[in-house]
Design a protein around this ligand. Structure first.
Ligand SMILES: *[C@@H]1O[C@H](CO)[C@@H](O)[C@H](O)[C@H]1NC(C)=O
Ligand SMILES: *[C@@H]1O[C@H](CO)[C@@H](O)[C@H](O)[C@H]1NC(C)=O
Ligand SMILES: *[C@@H]1O[C@H](CO)[C@@H](O)[C@H](O)[C@H]1NC(C)=O
Ligand SMILES: *[C@@H]1O[C@H](CO)[C@@H](O)[C@H](O)[C@H]1NC(C)=O
Ligand SMILES: *[C@@H]1O[C@H](CO)[C@@H](O)[C@H](O)[C@H]1NC(C)=O
Ligand SMILES: *[C@@H]1O[C@H](CO)[C@@H](O)[C@H](O)[C@H]1NC(C)=O
Ligand SMILES: *[C@@H]1O[C@H](CO)[C@@H](O)[C@H](O)[C@H]1NC(C)=O
Length: 467
């Protein structure tokens, strides 16, 4: 059986790069090109494994069988699975190494609402408990663990989480287990998630955890404002992560940087570090554009965010922590935020509360040190900054420079409210609180290049119909 159209498109791909690709790709009719960390030698279509894109037939077995078969090519150039145009109803499935899942621009994955299709897996070790309920959690829709070199991409193809049923059950207190996430990759390296539209996730959308060299770009993530916990992207205990060119409208934080929960996160001890966030556009009426925490018990260090745009969001940069979290948030650099209609521009909370259980260490005091924000414009803002450290635990090294905040006409509170913090400010309007005295300074932003920024994409190709 001609399952794997190995050579044609690969060969074509190379020619395409070398020559003008118009005529060639016309001749191949269904040849697509995309950018990825690595290209694959073998190609298969979901239909090769009995997939039916009619929006009704379950494709769970087709996906699982396809990936199981294609995993055999991991030591022979890897494989790509193409999801052709159509509506593909499916339950969750696991990815494999040296593998690409490509979702065609006219393909929609419809996520199964049938709980019986979802395996239960243990809580994350750095969290100790499930988020919705203490016990096990449903596996994520697209799940991968202990992988290397895995790509999930498409020509802006769609994954529809069909979350409504899960949101309702959650709100009515009917979830016995934690709701699934849309995409979760654990203990992996060289992971790419790009050029997809994710809508209506049951809960968080993209959750890379305990992983390194993670590149996330070109995602459009949409969820209704009322949809609970529909965070956009949650880099969690990851190092060297790059998030670029994403557009997120959601019912929770657009980006929430995390690293584990109280005593479980402290024991696991895996920080999120070397994180780049660029060219983000966010609308998040009830949450943050970029949040750090509240789960940060493995530590968060070296976050570099730039060119961030948001409208109609609750806060621009948010830090959430509490006694019991321990660890640190340090060396955070933000430049180039453009914000419109915000409740808070900056919001730092040292009393976030919310503990996994009552066994947290009352002496585990978080260290917040080196929060640098510059070149920011915010309009129609209710509170310029609420910056609250913890009694006996001053949040240090806060630096604001070249920040212009226009207060809304309805704003009747003092623009700044600061306590237990220490820092400086330069060219900031309205005039900051006394705990951020003026000092002539341009807050720092690192000039070195992180290893994840050196990763280059290759141009890959694949046929999307059978010959
Ligand atoms: C994503 O799509 C954009 C626009 O079509 C394209 O320029 C970019 O190369 C794609 N990126 C990847 C990683 O495929
Ligand atoms: C996917 O991986 C998880 C964790 O390793 C496992 O529990 C589950 O059974 C796997 N699912 C399938 C369909 O193989
Ligand atoms: C995955 O990697 C983690 C961390 O290295 C390890 O503890 C775990 O046993 C591995 N799991 C599997 C299924 O190999
Ligand atoms: C991807 O699709 C979404 C939803 O249809 C759309 O809003 C967005 O503009 C598209 N992105 C690109 C790069 O085409
Ligand atoms: C991302 O932002 C940089 C400037 O920070 C800009 O040069 C670049 O064009 C932007 N990319 C996109 C795709 O908007
Ligand atoms: C300003 O913000 C208020 C909410 O605080 C909103 O109702 C109003 O529409 C915004 N005005 C503009 C011009 O964006
Ligand atoms: C400032 O914040 C504290 C809590 O951190 C609150 O008790 C106080 O009322 C606030 N002050 C003003 C003027 O809003």
């Amino acid at each position: 059986m001609e399952l794997y159209h190995k050579s044609t498109c690969h060969f074509l791909g190379k020619l395409i790069i070398a020559l003008t690709w118009g005529i060639l790709c016309l001749r191949a009719a269904e040849c697509i090109e995309y950018e990825a960390l690595s290209c694959r030698k073998h190609t298969a279509l979901l239909t090769d494994f009995g997939g039916k894109g009619d929006g009704k037939t379950s494709n769970t077995e087709a996906f699982r069988k396809a990936i199981h078969e294609l995993s055999k090519f991991a030591t022979d150039g890897g494989a790509q699975l193409i999801v052709p145009p159509g509506k593909w109803l499916t339950g969750p499935f696991n990815l494999t190494s040296k593998f690409t899942l490509y979702i065609h621009q006219d393909a929609v994955l419809l996520v199964s609402q049938d709980e019986a299709e979802w395996d239960l897996i243990p809580p994350l070790p750095s969290y100790g408990i499930g988020r919705d309920n203490p016990g096990p959690r449903f596996i994520s829709f697209i799940f991968g663990t202990n992988l290397t070199d895995v790509v999930i991409t498409g020509g802006n193809g769609t994954i529809d989480g069909q979350g409504q049923l899960w949101w309702t059950k959650f709100r009515q207190g009917q979830m016995k287990n934690t709701r699934p996430y849309m995409i979760e990759i654990m203990f992996s390296d060289h992971v790419q998630i790009s050029n997809l539209t994710l809508i209506n996730s049951p809960s968080w959308n993209v959750h890379p955890i305990y992983s390194s060299f993670v590149i996330i770009n070109g995602l459009t993530i949409l969820a209704p404002f009322h949809a609970p916990n529909t965070d956009g992207i949650d880099p969690d205990s990851c190092s060297n992560t790059r998030i670029e060119d994403c557009y997120i409208v959601s019912g929770d934080d657009c980006i929430a940087v995390k690293s584990g929960y109280d005593e479980y996160g402290i024991a696991f001890g895996m920080p999120t570090k070397h994180l780049i966030i660029r060219n983000l556009t966010c609308i998040s009426p009830s949450s943050a554009v970029i949040a750090l925490g509240s789960e940060m018990s493995g530590g968060i260090q070296d976050v570099r965010a730039e060119n961030i745009g948001a409208i109609g969001s609750e806060s621009g940069l948010r830090i959430k922590t509490a006694i019991g979290r321990g660890a640190y948030v340090k060396d955070v650099f933000v430049r180039g935020m453009t914000l419109q209609t915000m409740k808070y521009t900056f919001w730092i909370t040292g009393d976030y509360g919310a503990h996994p259980d009552d066994h947290y260490d009352r002496k585990a005091i978080p260290v917040i040190q080196g929060i640098n924000i510059k070149d920011t414009v915010a309009k129609n803002v209710t509170i310029a900054g609420k910056l609250a450290g913890i009694d006996g635990d001053t949040f240090n090294g806060i630096c604001l420079s070249n920040v212009a905040i226009e207060m809304s006409q309805q704003a009747n509170q003092l623009p700044w409210n600061c306590s237990n913090i220490k820092g400086v400010s330069s060219q900031v309007t309205p005039q900051p609180c006394a705990l951020l005295p003026h000092k002539k300074i341009d807050c720092p932003f690192p000039t070195d290049t992180l290893p994840v920024d050196n990763i280059q994409f290759q141009t890959c190709a694949a046929a999307t119909t059978m010959h």
